[in-house]
Design a protein around this ligand. Structure first.
Ligand SMILES: *[C@@H]1O[C@H](CO)[C@@H](O)[C@H](O)[C@H]1NC(C)=O
Ligand SMILES: *[C@@H]1O[C@H](CO)[C@@H](O)[C@H](O)[C@H]1NC(C)=O
Ligand SMILES: *[C@@H]1O[C@H](CO)[C@@H](O)[C@H](O)[C@H]1NC(C)=O
Ligand SMILES: *[C@@H]1O[C@H](CO)[C@@H](O)[C@H](O)[C@H]1NC(C)=O
Length: 387
């Protein structure tokens, strides 16, 4: 009885694959790619694989498969990338440095890997004639030059992306004196071996918002479409809902109280990796979340399918390092910190006698190891060391 069953599976699979392909292949849009920064030396959390799958489903393949960009291929997409780009010290800053240029040179979409897509057709339909498609979060107002940069889209040659990229290049190429470390913003040094110094948002919104305001002030005309208010990709309070792992009914009640409209009908969602999403949902099958969480509901809407099987038991504390869920140990913003980080971190805590030594250890740019979220923690350490 085994034999016919196996035959059945073998025959069914290609038919199924064929059907998927024909329904999902809408016409390919010219000058539209979906870019993201991809520089993972550790295993990639499962939810990020699911997110990338959602981009392809939600775009019906009209912009091709996501293009994963890092130093190995960035010049292919940004031919005028200055040498300083390769001296940006951490990934969050590097992604800030490439997103505008990628759209300017190639057209399409840039988003961070913690974006889940539900329906991208209204974005893609606008790509060919818009200089900027984006969204604002609570308290941002595009007419004041504010927008969220973790999702951006626009046409090839966009006036807006071009102006911002030009401002970024100028900032990178205007070097600082060797002894200077900027307290805000960023700068690079003459020494080609030395990493640039980039403060929080120093290369990103710290440049792009003023550049947009300058463009508006100069009365340059450009075409924009901004998803805001009840179309924003971050319904107000989303972090709270995700962090507390609220169920769909709790979440809807919470949103109703805050007068947030259509929180579950947005086209895209920013899931805030920086707030620990990976860690909080590390051991949860997001495509079949039996607890009925809002996060599970969003993944259900995206129609993604998981490709990994769970392994091992659920553990006390799970630093997400790829799969469901065979991990143990300290998690930091949802990632398992590398050994050097643990070493430095404990060294910083233990060394109190010799504050000079402590300072030099802590001054290793920890952001470069774990990303910009570490900056606050590091400042705390430095502060407690000073006192
Ligand atoms: C860099 O990008 C290339 C091309 O997309 C990819 O194959 C490679 O795995 C990436 N490297 C890292 C460290 O993620
Ligand atoms: C990309 O990953 C490599 C390997 O982990 C790391 O050395 C490098 O600093 C990363 N790039 C950025 C811009 O952080
Ligand atoms: C944005 O700012 C403009 C001009 O100051 C104002 O008219 C508008 O109401 C603001 N929009 C929101 C959503 O606050
Ligand atoms: C303090 O640190 C410096 C630099 O690492 C070292 O040379 C010195 O011996 C240390 N002093 C003490 C008292 O540990």
């Amino acid at each position: 009885m085994k034999w016919p069953a196996r035959l059945f599976v073998v025959c069914l699979f290609p038919l199924h694959a064929l059907k998927l392909q024909s329904t999902s292949r809408a016409s390919r849009v010219q000058n539209c790619h979906i870019f993201t920064l991809w520089n993972y030396s550790r295993p990639v959390p499962e939810y990020i694989h699911l997110n990338l799958q959602s981009w392809q489903l939600a775009s019906k393949g009209r912009c091709g498969a996501p293009v994963l960009v890092n130093r190995s291929n960035v010049r292919q997409w940004i031919p005028d990338a200055p040498e300083e780009l390769f001296r940006i010290p951490y990934e969050a800053a590097e992604s800030d440095a490439i997103r505008y240029a990628l759209i300017y040179h190639n057209g399409g979409i840039y988003m961070d890997t913690d974006f889940l897509a539900i329906d991208m057709s209204s974005i893609i339909d606008r790509i060919s004639d818009h200089d900027i498609i984006g969204y604002t979060a609570e308290a941002q107002n595009f007419t004041h030059g504010q927008f969220s940069s973790n999702f951006l889209a626009g046409k090839k040659g966009s006036v807006v992306m071009g102006a911002i990229w030009k401002a970024q290049k100028e900032r990178m190429q205007k070097h600082c004196p060797a002894e200077m470390e900027p307290k805000s913003g960023m700068c690079c040094y003459d020494d080609p071996q030395r990493a640039c110094s980039v403060r929080w948002a120093g290369l990103g919104e710290g440049i792009s918002h003023p550049a947009l305001r300058a463009l508006m002030k100069s009365k340059t005309s450009f075409k924009s479409f901004i998803f805001s208010g009840h179309e924003s990709f971050v319904p107000d309070g989303l972090v709270e809902v995700l962090k507390k792992k609220m169920s769909k009914s709790e979440g809807l009640k919470y949103w109703k109280k805050r007068k947030v409209m259509k929180p579950l009908s947005r086209k895209m969602y920013h899931l805030f990796n920086s707030q620990g999403f990976a860690d909080a949902y590390s051991c949860v099958d997001l495509t079949n979340d039996l607890s009925g969480s809002v996060a599970g509901e969003l993944y259900k809407l995206s129609q993604v399918k998981r490709r990994q099987v769970p392994h091992g038991d659920l553990v006390r504390k799970c630093a997400n390092d790829g799969g469901l869920c065979h991990c143990q140990g300290i998690a930091f913003y949802g990632r398992r910190p590398p050994c050097t980080f643990l070493y430095v971190f404990s060294a910083c805590q233990k060394l109190t006698a010799n504050s000079t030594a402590l300072r030099s250890v802590c001054r290793l740019d920890l952001e470069s190891i774990v990303g910009r979220n570490f900056a606050d923690k590091r400042n705390d350490l430095v502060r407690s060391e000073m006192s």
